[in-house]
Design a protein around this ligand. Structure first.
Ligand code: GDP
Length: 327
C-alpha cells in the first residue's frame, strides 16, 4: 500500500467525511508493517478529539439469524431520519481458520450503495485480539468521518461477543423463533451481555413460535443479573425481512441512550473500556516483543518440550523466559 498523504492530510480529509481518505486510514490501522503502525498512531492521535459522537451498537447472532437483513433495513430507516451508519465486523473465524463467516457473501446491497453508509468487512488477523484492536481503531476513524450510528457485528460462536460488547455502548442479541438457549447455542454469559434481545423472523408461520420465544425470554431476562442498574434488558419481536419492528428497535436504542447518558453510564462504560484496552495493548505489545527476542527464541523449543513432558512446571519456564528477556 502506498499512502502518499501525511497523517495530518489524511486526518483533515477524514474529518471532512472523505470516504477515500477514510478507506486509506482504515488500511493504515489494519496494516502490520511497523512504519504503517507509526503513521496509524499519529493519525489516531490527530482524530481522537473528534471521536465519541456516535452510538456504538454491538450485534450478534448465529449465522442465518438475519443480521445483515436487519442491519440493512435498520440502516436504511435511520438514514431516512438523517443519520449516517457505519457497519464493522469482528469475525472470529478469520483468526481461527483463516476462513470467514461474515465476509463471504455480498451483504447489505442497498445499504452498501448508500452514500450515508459505510460497510467494512472484518480485518484479517491471526488472533481475536488483533482483529478487535483494528476494529476499535476503525470505529474511531468512522466517528471522526461523521458516522453517528456504528454497528459492530459478530457471529454467535463464542469469545467474540464479549470482545464486541467491550467496544460498544449497547449489545443486541438476535435469536430465532422457538427453541431454548441450548438449541440456539446461546450461552448464559452471552445472554447476560444483551441490552436488547431481538426475536427475528417473527412473520408468516413462525409468528406464533416467535411470540412464545419473546414471552419466554422476557421472563428469563428478569432472572439474570442485570448488566446495568439503569436499564432492564428487553425482548422484542422483529421481522427484518418484512420491515416490521425495525422502527421500534430504533426507539429502544434511543431510550437506552437517553437513560444511560443521563446516569453517566455511557461515559463510564467507555472509560472502563479505554482503560482495559490500554492494558491489553500493553500486554500484547510486550508479549510480541518478548517472542521476537533472539534469546527467547533460542530457549522456546527446549522449554516447551520440558513443559509438555511435565519435567518443569510452566510457571518456572515462564520465569526463565522473562528473566532471559530482561537481561
Ligand atoms: P445473517 O447470516 O445473520 O447475516 O443472516 P441473513 O441476514 O443473511 O439472513 C439469512 C436468511 O434469513 C436470508 O435468506 C434472509 O432472507 C432470511 N431472513 C432474514 N430476516 C428474516 C425475517 O425477518 N423473516 C424471514 N422470514 N426471513 C428472514
Amino acid at each position: 500500500m502506498t499512502v502518499s498523504m501525511t497523517p495530518e492530510e489524511l486526518a483533515e480529509s477524514i474529518l471532512c467525511g472523505d470516504r477515500r481518505a477514510l478507506a486509506k486510514g482504515i488500511t493504515l490501522v489494519e496494516s502490520t508493517s511497523p512504519s504503517h503502525r507509526e503513521q496509524a498512531s499519529q493519525l489516531l492521535e490527530l482524530i481522537m478529539p473528534h471521536t465519541g459522537n456516535s452510538i456504538r451498537l454491538g450485534i450478534s447472532g448465529v449465522p442465518g439469524v438475519g443480521k445483515s437483513t436487519f442491519i440493512e433495513s435498520f440502516g436504511n430507516y435511520v438514514i431516512g431520519q438523517g443519520h449516517r451508519v457505519a457497519v464493522l465486523a469482528v469475525d472470529p473465524t478469520s483468526a481461527i481458520s483463516g476462513g470467514s463467516i461474515l465476509g463471504d457473501k455480498t451483504r447489505m446491497e442497498t445499504l452498501s450503495r448508500n452514500p450515508n453508509a459505510y460497510i467494512r468487512p472484518s480485518p484479517a488477523g491471526k488472533t481475536l485480539g488483533g482483529v478487535t484492536r483494528r476494529t476499535r481503531e476503525t470505529l474511531l476513524l468512522c466517528e471522526a468521518a461523521g458516522f453517528d450510528i456504528i454497528f459492530v457485528e459478530t457471529v454467535g460462536v463464542g469469545q467474540s461477543e464479549t470482545a464486541v460488547a467491550e467496544m460498544t455502548d449497547m449489545f443486541l442479541l438476535m435469536l430465532l423463533p422457538g427453541g431454548g438457549d441450548e438449541l440456539q447455542g446461546i450461552k448464559r454469559g452471552i445472554m447476560e451481555l444483551a441490552d436488547l434481545v431481538l426475536v427475528n423472523k417473527s412473520d408468516g408461520d413462525q409468528q406464533a413460535a416467535a411470540n412464545r420465544t419473546v414471552a419466554d425470554y422476557g421472563m428469563a431476562l428478569h432472572l439474570l443479573h442485570p448488566r446495568s442498574r439503569h436499564w432492564q434488558a428487553r425482548v422484542q419481536a422483529l421481522s427484518a425481512l418484512k420491515n416490521q419492528g425495525v422502527d421500534e428497535v430504533w426507539q429502544t436504542v434511543e431510550e437506552f441512550r437517553e437513560a444511560l447518558t443521563q446516569a453517566g453510564e455511557i461515559e463510564a462504560r467507555r472509560s472502563a473500556q479505554s482503560r482495559a484496552w490500554m492494558w491489553s495493548e500493553t500486554a500484547d505489545t510486550l508479549l510480541a516483543e518478548l517472542k521476537e527476542s533472539d534469546v527467547v527464541k533460542s530457549l522456546v523449543a527446549g522449554l516447551e518440550k520440558e513443559v509438555t513432558q511435565g519435567r518443569i512446571p510452566p510457571a518456572i519456564a515462564a520465569r526463565t523466559l522473562i528473566d532471559a528477556f530482561r537481561k
